[in-house]
Design a protein around this ligand. Sequence first.
Ligand code: NDP
Length: 447
Amino acid sequence: MSKTNYVDTVLEIVKKRNGNEPEFLQAVQEVLGSLRPVIADHPEFEETNLLERLVEPERQIIFRVPWQDDHGKMRVNRGMRIEFNSALGPYKGGLRFHPSVYIGIIKFLGFEQIFKNSLTGLMMGGGKGGSDFNPKGKSDSEVMRFCQSFMTELARHIGADTDVPAGDIGVGGREIGFMFGQYKRLTRKFEGVLTGKGLSYGGSLVRTEATGYGTVYFCNEMLKEQGQSFDGKTVLVSGSGNVAIYAHQKATELGAKVVAMSDSGGFVYDANGINLDTIQQLKEVQRLRIHEYTKQHPSAKYTEGFTGIWSIPCDIALPCATENELDGEAAAALIKNKCIAVAEGANMPCTPDAVHNFIAAGVSFGPGKAANAGGVATSGLEMAQNSQRMSWTFEETDQKLHQIMVNAYNVSKQAADQYGTPGNLVNGANIAGFMKVANAMLAHGLV
Ligand code: NDP
């Protein structure tokens, strides 16, 4: 097999084996595409079939989650955990509860997580899990019964030194609390088996804010490269969940004005700047739809459909909602409006077309696996604090998060330079993340 064909050959294998999982194929294609010059430079990767091993999860666990609703009706959902790669440490990655969840989504997220965790510089392998359960419209009791049932099976597969899940879409502090309680009850262990815990029982300060803050820290490094900053800039933030809210907060703290936010129904535009207190009240406390915003801010405008947000003129775009929410057309609109930087707070929110358009137009582009690594990085810091039976102050933890994001930017930039695509942080993040994992896998022998 010639060196130049090795990547294509592996991609063919992945397509054959996972043909019905488009999100997973998309993620593998992007990463392996970036690795071509690295593979050419390092024949040992082909000689040891390293890529074939890398794209195959170490373990996939799929299980039944039976639970009872408030009317006494028995329900069932599908639960899963993909333990993708443990070369750098215990499997680490969130749990997603959303009706769209199926194995292909969890595999794409788990695969991305391997490189993201590597970029944090902490000792964490890659994993992901979740369920097609929809927490929306369920009572607290229903969510609790679901979480307890989910954990009844998951508990036998995870542990503080084995696999440490966290939250993701649909899994916040409430769900983590219910799952932690059930784990403790089943195993009689009070250990750092989940991250994103409440502060009173082992959570870390800054974890709630970490992904949004980290995305803004990363974007700030991209802006510095252009001699720019957030100060005085107009920003669009899609989504209005955990990542979006704290991206808004940090961008505003750095002097920017966030003029639009969205949910899966539509987006609100407020030329005066989106009032974050209102969004937090609506989303974190009342769990309402974003269109309610206009009731308190009549000058703001609500538009149905989530893609229109990208046609609003801005300097910086932070997609913080979900995968493939910003397509080639949306990217073209942002470019036309002279947007100078895009950083992905969500996982793979930009389609391949959109990414291509940004890079071709010279827009600074921060890929999710680097730009949103702050969440898992702070989860890693939570694990460190749990191991020490200590908790650090907000400032200390935030400083560590900031440093991790600056490092993630620097290693991505350096790798992009070294392998001939200066400024291309997609290639840089993929290569830098990969090299560490690949070298650890080589050191471990045939695993
Ligand atoms: P949340 O569940 O807190 O929020 C998700 C938000 O996105 C909600 O406002 C949701 O609206 C909105 N949304 C969903 N689909 C769309 C859509 N098509 N268009 C516009 N808005 C939409 O999740 P998180 O904030 O935690 O996660 C967001 C993204 O960030 C995900 O891709 C996740 O994987 C990624 N991420 C999260 C990390 C974390 O620490 N939380 C870490 C790293 C990455 P609605 O209420 O209508 O569904």
